[in-house]
Design a protein around this ligand. Structure first.
Ligand code: SF4
Length: 691
């Protein structure tokens, strides 16, 4: 390892080091040096590292320098995975080019995304040659991308920078599995996705996102090339993401999409792929008619299956998003009916597959057959998933079966693992030489046990192959931030809670005059509160930006940043990943401690996992999970050494309950004050220097 020493890597970050010489405003931080050194050691010793690096440590550069040097000097590919596309973009557009320049080395790096992000030439040609009828709005979208398609080298939709209402037509030209002709594609030598996948082989550094990293494991690692060194940034919710992505899911809408692609009716006119084949292959009329009626029968059974799934005992609550089926549910007459419907569903999808396969054999044109074979493959996968969910995995102890609901209707049925960590070991970790998992929020009361267990890293700890490192934020939290707990708030379950919450929030907004973000855990509560405080905000000349009511994430962020007097009210997406420096954000209000809803399948799986391991699920799952989310939410406040601000918690359980200390001890804010609602505003104003 002569050419890769941790001390040499650390030297890059020293006061006289390369980063300091080359980067304007670079500040030496011992925490960053420690992290870079530790990551280098992990590469050298084939170890795993779990590290929390508080805001301002500079963790991105701390892993990029060793990753780039390891990849180049040792000739080993390094894969970096981020949770959000925003960070993925920042890495490839800003951070990696900057570090490569500083190091003065040539490094090939490739950003990899899901196929739907890339332009498909075959679909695009079909659109511009007029083969597909377009309405005025679709036509306007195509006109807007014409010039770009001639210039783009990546085919990545992000280059377009068009607003959401125009980009809603992107699927018209986007690559997709179902329509991809693969080897038979006349444009395969120009295909952006194929080019991107080929470039991965030669890359030193690959920048992916968690969704793609996990998806790769579901298709036998056929997307990403072999890699043995992995850095997972924004790792705090990796197990949650793995829970979602590795679930087997049968979706009503996805099945319907497939069927509609084959045949649909518009203004009494037959449309879809079967109709296209009918117009081209008159001699196959009988087979096509057979296919159409098999499709109709299967569509009927599909509707029937999801109808009966949605009528589970106790159904009918419109605000329920999921229903986890307990072993007792599987022994009810309702579930007997479900299974009857399922067997009819399975029989009919297989009949449809049989007819489509017969049809495929008769089609001479490679393109036409290729498209049909893609559909056949997708339907076969649907049938296999049905078999897994309803037959093979149903009563296994290590899985839960659940329904996804939308306004009381079942839209998907899924089977999820209880121990997601075990699956991550088999699918990812066991293949690695080194692994680095990083985030600003991993530890609970400075302890990594919860994260290590949830992420499936315990075996590596037992092997003594897992290091942990906690580097606190270098910011002066003593001076910069204060946490207020309002003690005379009713319990969140008390009928008066919402009323008092509204009053307190209004007082806080009046005191701060804006630059305030209120974080909620329930959409209903957010909507009700927003409706009540809107007249007050309008009167006070304060812009109220409530998620969903006033726009989506990107729009709300833009508006909030451009307005000096604005209040943002947001749900889960606003609890993390937001970086508002300086006076943009001076107060964060937390309405309720972020315990997850007990009906959430992830929670049910977590509780079952604890039960199976004879652990108290509140202590070992619900509480640490909520503490990490609380840490994320409060972490929105201080983003630079110049920031100053306050967090106000309107949930008195933080003080009243003994578990409140777990939340309080997990955050870097050390000035913590319990105060009555009446005294809050003057203290807040004083702290924010507003009096
Ligand atoms: S290979 Fe597939 S994604 Fe690429 S251009 Fe052809 S059809 Fe489109």
């Amino acid at each position: 390892m002569d050419s890769f020493k941790s001390e040499d890597i650390a030297a890059y970050f020293m006061p006289e080091g390369r980063l300091s010489q080359a980067i304007n405003g670079y500040a030496f931080r011992l925490e960053q040096v420690n992290l870079a050194r530790e990551i280098s050691e992990v590469f050298i010793n084939s170890e795993f590292l779990v590290s929390e690096a508080g805001t301002g440590v500079g963790k991105t550069y701390a892993y990029l320098v060793p990753a780039i040097l390891w990849a180049k000097r040792m000739g080993k590919k390094v894969l970096i995975s981020t949770r959000t596309k925003a960070l993925q973009q920042q890495l490839v557009e800003k951070d990696i080019p900057e570090i490569i320049k500083v190091i003065g080395i040539e490094c090939r790096y490739v950003e990899v995304k899901g196929r739907e992000n890339y332009l498909c030439w075959n679909k695009y040609q079909a659109v511009i040659s007029g083969k597909i009828g377009l309405d005025a709005s679709e036509l306007s979208f195509v006109e807007k991308i014409l010039v770009w398609t001639q210039k783009t080298r990546s085919g990545d939709r992000k280059e377009l920078g068009l607003p959401g209402d125009i980009m809603q037509h992107w699927p018209l030209v986007a690559a997709e599995r179902r329509t991809c002709l693969r080897d038979n594609c006349p444009y395969s030598n120009r295909c952006f996705r194929i080019k991107m996948l080929r470039s991965l082989e030669k890359a030193d550094l690959i920048v992916a996102n968690h969704a793609l990293l996990l998806a790769d494991t579901l298709v036998e690692h056929s997307i990403l090339p072999e890699y043995h060194h992995l850095i997972i940034d924004e790792a705090h919710a990796f197990d949650r993401e793995a829970f979602d992505k590795l679930s087997l899911r049968l979706s009503y809408y996805e099945i319907n999409d497939l069927l509609r692609f084959l045949a649909s009716k518009e203004k009494k006119r037959e449309k879809g792929y079967l109709q296209h084949l009918r117009s081209k292959y008159a001699h196959l009329a009988m087979l096509l008619t057979e296919a159409a009626s098999a499709l109709e029968r299967f569509a009927y059974e599909n509707q029937g299956l999801f109808n009966i799934l949605g009528s589970f005992p106790g159904s009918g609550k419109e605000n329920e998003n999921a229903k986890v089926l307990k072993p007792a549910d599987l022994r009810t007459p309702w579930f007997e009916d479900v299974m009857d419907r399922y067997f009819a569903w399975q029989e009919n999808i297989n009949l449809l597959l049989l007819v489509l396969r017969n049809l495929s054999k008769e089609i001479e044109d490679d393109n036409d057959r290729g498209q049909l074979d893609n559909i056949i493959q997708a339907l076969q996968e649907t049938s296999d998933t049905g078999c897994f969910v309803f037959e093979e995995e149903l009563e296994k102890r290590g899985r839960i079966m659940w329904l996804e609901l939308k306004q009381g209707i079942a839209v998907a049925v899924a089977s999820s693992l209880v121990n997601i960590g075990l699956s991550l070991q088999e699918r990812i970790y066991d293949r690695l030489n080194s692994l680095v998992m990083l985030s600003a929020t991993l530890a609970v009361e400075e302890d990594f046990s919860y994260f290590i267990e949830r992420s499936g890293l315990l075996p590596y700890k037992k092997e003594d192959r897992l290091r942990t490192l906690l580097e606190h934020s270098p910011f002066d939290y003593e001076k910069q931030a204060r946490l207020y707990t309002v003690d005379n708030m009713p319990d969140p379950l008390h009928p008066a809670y919402n009323k008092i919450l509204t009053e307190r929030l209004q007082d806080i907004i009046a005191a701060t005059g804006g630059a305030t973000m209120a974080l909620f855990t329930s959409r209903k509560q957010l909507q009700e509160t927003a409706a009540k405080i809107r007249p007050f905000c309008e009167q006070a000349g304060i812009r109220l930006l409530a998620q969903y009511e006033d726009g989506e994430f990107a729009f709300l962020m833009e508006e909030f940043m451009s307005s000096s007097k604005a209040v943002l009210m947001g749900l889960e997406t606003f609890w993390e990943g937001i970086d508002l420096k300086g006076d943009l954000l001076r107060c964060v209000v937390i309405a309720k401690l972020p315990f997850r809803s007990p009906g959430d399948p992830y929670v049910c799986a977590g509780e079952l996992y604890c039960q199976m391991n004879k652990k108290n699920s509140f202590q070992h799952f619900m509480l640490p999970d909520a503490a990490v989310r609380f840490k994320q939410g409060t972490g929105r406040l201080i983003r630079s050494e110049k920031d100053q601000g306050a967090v106000v918690v309107l949930d008195s359980r933080l003080d009243r309950k003994s578990y409140g200390t777990v939340f309080k001890n997990s955050i870097p804010i050390k000035q913590q004050e319990t105060i009555s609602g009446e005294l809050l505003t003057s203290s807040l104003q004083q702290f924010l220097n507003m009096t």
